[in-house]
Design a protein around this ligand. Structure first.
Ligand code: UD1
Ligand code: CA
Length: 454
């Protein structure tokens, strides 16, 4: 296969976004539009990816993660052809150049592969639209061969009736592209250097021009406003939901699910409405996720049940656990199997071994908790002295009475029992009952105060 260069145009301002951010940095499914295009480009293993930026300055190059793209500044922005001209010094001599757009975020690799299937031709990605208003139109001769692209603003009323539109995405042999771009002129309604003018040049030279269509309409939808961004977000989320349904995942409502990253599910996973998945999330077989839960960068093993309104971030949760409702599991938490974490329990940077339970109103931070431990309601690990953090260790089979404060660093020995309401500041011996609260006493004959009459 010929060397592939990919040019991504991202210099536009996006006036209609009414934002201080350049348009391509607005987000679809948790990722900037430009990052979507850069990631899709990378999946084609090009020899070079060149991003043309302008508005927003350094913000655009600085926004990208995991990429090998180079950046070219276009200043001023005087047309799509001018934008591609700026990349010429960077392009390989030989091979094929593919032009993509930072504000057309959801173009798919399969469609791009189709565009790249004829290395000697100019290939245009076109689409038939009932309402082609605003787009460049594909002009064909009597024999049906493409003879050029005419922009809406330059088109005759007759040409405006053409329903085949230019999506903007195209591929051409780099050598030919170089020659065509050198001959662009800006004698048109917008006084811009149009990339689309290369099509008439190719036709005149007898270069083969192919047209291909995207598999899905949303692949070529561009974003110019928050309204279009929101519409595309929903279309994409529905697509992701449909893919999960086709893999056998049960979704209470495919329209009420948000995936901002990658969600991998084994068999018989059930997801209720309003859940958000961020980063990379793995759900083992039989996992149930209750309504309005937010789960981020987490692995949840088989048959665990996440009850509604739970937040899980950067954690590992073992098999057959019961989490929530209203649980909060924070980064660095590792739960083994059959752990129960109930309502208003916060776990941070803690390991909890098999069959342990913290069912009500607790804070467990920087703790190592053994197996079959019972943490009573309202228990708090006091892990922070205002300057440093310390660890709490609770060994197997310990029982922590309700409303206990464990002032770290502290260890509760194996099988120990802590009486309710205790403040534990020293290690407690295994197998014994330890409590620190004052003894209960009754004051005989005590009277409540009476309000004085003035
Ligand atoms: C362009 C096409 C049109 C097509 C439409 C599809 C041309 C002349 N016209 O029109 O045929 O139907 O896209 O949406 O190409 N950009 C730059 N630098 C510039 C100008 C534009 O980087 O100087 C980038 C923009 O950021 C944007 C893209 O190129 O991502 C398209 O530019 P835009 O001005 O929206 O082109 P259209 O007039 O919509
Ligand atoms: Ca546009």
């Amino acid at each position: 296969m010929a060397k592939l260069n990919i040019v991504i145009l991202a210099a536009g301002k996006g006036t209609r976004m009414y934002s201080d951010k350049p348009k391509v940095l607005h987000v679809i499914a948790g990722k900037t539009m430009l990052q979507h295009v850069v990631d899709t480009a990378a999946s084609l293993s090009p020899s070079k990816t060149i991003v043309v930026y302008g508005h927003g300055g350094k913000m655009v190059p600085q926004s990208l993660q995991r990429h090998s793209a180079t950046f070219v500044l276009q200043e001023p922005q005087i047309g799509t052809g001018h934008a591609v001209q700026q990349t010429l010094p960077q392009l390989d001599e030989e091979g094929v150049c593919l032009v993509l757009y930072g504000d057309v975020p959801l173009i798919q690799p399969e469609t791009l592969t189709k565009i790249l299937s004829d290395e000697d031709a100019l290939t245009l990605l076109t689409q038939y639209l009932d309402n082609p208003k605003g787009y460049g139109r594909i002009v064909r001769d009597a024999a049906g061969k493409v003879s050029g692209i005419i922009e809406e603003k330059d088109a005759t009323p007759e040409q405006r009736k053409i329903t085949e539109i230019n999506t903007g995405i195209l591929a051409a042999p780099t050598k030919l592209l170089r020659n065509w771009l050198a001959n662009l002129r800006n004698e048109n309604a917008q006084s811009e250097y149009y990339l689309t003018d290369i099509v008439a040049m190719a036709a005149e030279q007898g270069v083969k021009i192919n047209t291909v269509q995207p598999a899905h309409e949303w692949e070529v939808m561009g974003i110019n406003s928050k309204l279009q961004q929101a519409e595309l977000e929903r279309l994409w989320q529905l697509e992701l939901a449909n893919r999960l349904l086709l893999q056998g995942v049960t979704l209470a409502d495919p329209a009420r699910l948000d995936i901002r990253g990658e969600l991998l599910c084994e068999k018989d996973v059930e997801i209720d409405v309003g859940c958000i998945f961020e980063g990379k999330v793995l759900l083992g077989s039989g996992v149930k996720v209750g309504a309005y839960s937010v789960i981020r960068n987490t692995w949840i093993a088989a048959n665990t049940n996440i009850a509604p309104y739970s937040h899980v971030d950067d954690a590992e949760i073992g098999e057959r656990c019961q989490i929530g409702p209203f649980a909060r599991i924070r980064p660095g938490s590792k739960l083994q199997s059959e752990v129960h974490i109930g309502n208003f329990v916060e776990i941070k940077n803690s390991e909890i071994a098999n069959n342990s339970k913290a069912n009500h109103l607790s804070y467990i931070g920087d703790a190592t908790i053994g197996s079959r431990v019972n943490i009573g309601a309202g228990t708090i690990t006091c892990n922070y002295d205002g300057a440093n953090k310390f660890r709490t260790v609770i060994e197997d089979d310990a029982f922590i009475g309700s409303d206990t404060q464990l002032v770290a660093p502290v260890t509760v020995g194996r099988g120990a029992t802590i009486g309710a309401g205790s403040t534990i500041t020293k290690d407690t011996p295994a197998g014994e009952l330890t409590l620190s609260r004052a003894k209960q006493l009754t004051v005989p004959g005590w009277q409540r105060p009476i309000k004085k009459i003035k």
